[in-house]
Design a protein around this ligand. Sequence first.
Ligand SMILES: [Zn+2]
Length: 116
Amino acid sequence: MRDRNFLDSIMEFEQQLETLQQQFNELKKFVAHMVEEHQSLQTENFHLRRRLEELSKATEGTSEQGEKKSYLDIGEGYDNLARLYQEGFHVCNVHFGSSRKGEDCLFCLSFFNKNV
Ligand SMILES: [Zn+2]
């Protein structure tokens, strides 16, 4: 009788190990996915920062260069930033490029108000 219980316990334990192994594999997949996403976000962030720098320079040069070209650049940049905000990221210089976590940001909104 005691042997029987012991065998049951061993088998139960084996099953728990298998379940744990499965969960661990899921976790590994999840982490791999997160790392991938993190890298692509970093790349995106890098490009966006560079784009913003270009735009800032273009804006600074407005008075010296042709007005029409700069105006177009700013319009395109504005659309990109508006889309970025819609996708859930900050476009304000306080938190630029980080996730809004589903909340509206007053800095971002005031940025848009200034640029409308
Ligand atoms: Zn913001």
